[in-house]
Write a protein that binds this ligand. Sequence first.
Ligand code: SF4
Length: 221
Amino acid sequence: MPERGIFYLCAMVKEDVLALVDQGLMLPLMEEFYTIQGEGFHKGTAAYFIRVGGCDVGCHWCDVKESWNAETHPPTGIDHIVTNAAKYSDTIVITGGEPLTWDMGPLTDALKAKNLKTHIETSGAYPLSGTWDWICLSPKKNKLPEGIIYEKAHELKMIVYNKHDFIFAEEQAAKTNKDCILYLQPEWSVRDKVVPWIVEYVMQNPKWKVSLQTHKYLNIP
Ligand code: SF4
């Protein structure tokens, strides 16, 4: 029967797509945009952002909760993603969601093949995959990083929502490599309360630097 035939065909296609996502050859693409990096070491620099869907870390203050469910974002071939990205910038920032939910190897290989710089913003909740020119590690209490990412991180970005976050920040900083640049960044919704705490803390503990979400002040993505 034709209807049954279509059902089997759809099931097959879905399985094939899931297999490609599993291999990192397709990724659930939430959005991509060319903008200015607003945070951390590279703030102020133009970059192309690729936001990959899927995250089960569950931060209550997350400002991209619509990224969490990977099934709501279309599986997209990495060739398509890379071709688009290469038109805009030589610096590509992979963010999420939690990009390390997926195998980042094929995507970063394809970006590198075009001589593009690869940056990642990750909580480190899943094993590090991919080849990176810059790793921004932003650990979350709900699901701590494991393994070599502390050795590999170029910057540690700790989000401050309450005073306990300073203790957590120090615990995480103690695990990083000696060259890792340390940032404290206010959680946006409580910035007015938290910024004075951070300013005071950084003056008392100058190994830390302040990071602000300057793109939000500039009203750009
Ligand atoms: S890890 Fe990032 S994307 Fe995931 S819930 Fe936390 S803030 Fe949101």
